[in-house]
Write a protein of this length. Structure first.
Length: 179
């Protein structure tokens, strides 16, 4: 597995990106327990110490190159998180994608940057993701990349895309989402 340095940081499209740390637990809990923002992600406890424990366990997976959890900020204010997981040489899953409601355009940039990182590490891989059928805004955004739907269940649609499709269609969003 390929790895990112423990102190990985990047500034791109006006956002600062780094790997999640334990001190980010309160922010993550705030996002995930927000009734509007967290309605389409797996339920999370409001216990910050439980999130800190989860982050400690995640950091072990990060060291193995199995998972990366990014936090994004602008001018010192956190604006979102994205996670890459189920990483193999030929595929990765992007998800746990949440952006602060006051950060217009940041959510799209968080998604784009995290996938750029993944495709740089694994250029020939496929990006898998699922979207709640009820999450119409994210569904519209995801479908604009022309992904391939490979499965469906009662609540979610499951897709994948490749680097070429991602690169082709991201340009539209980069023009629209610049902060």
């Amino acid at each position: 597995m390929k790895q990112l340095p423990v102190n990985f940081e990047l500034i791109k499209y006006g956002l600062h990106v780094r790997l999640v740390r334990e001190e980010d637990a309160a922010y993550i809990v705030k996002l995930r327990t927000n009734p509007k923002l967290g309605q389409f992600v797996h339920a999370t406890s409001d216990d910050v110490s439980a999130q800190e424990n989860w982050i400690r366990e995640y950091r072990k997976r990060e060291k193995e190159g199995m998972e990366f959890y990014f936090i994004f900020s602008k001018e010192g204010e956190n604006v979102g998180v994205v996670r890459l997981y189920n990483i193999e040489d030929s595929k990765f899953t992007s998800g746990s994608w949440l952006a602060s409601s006051n950060a217009i355009g940041a959510g799209v940039l968080c998604d784009i940057i995290s996938r750029e990182i993944a495709f740089k590490l694994y250029p020939d891989s496929l990006n898998f993701f699922c979207i709640s059928k009820e999450n119409t805004n994210v569904m519209r955004y995801a479908l604009s990349y022309h992904p391939i739907q490979y499965d469906e269940d009662e609540k979610n649609l499951y897709f994948y895309t490749d680097r070429l499709h991602f690169e082709k269609y991201k340009q539209l969003y980069l023009r629209m989402a610049r902060l």
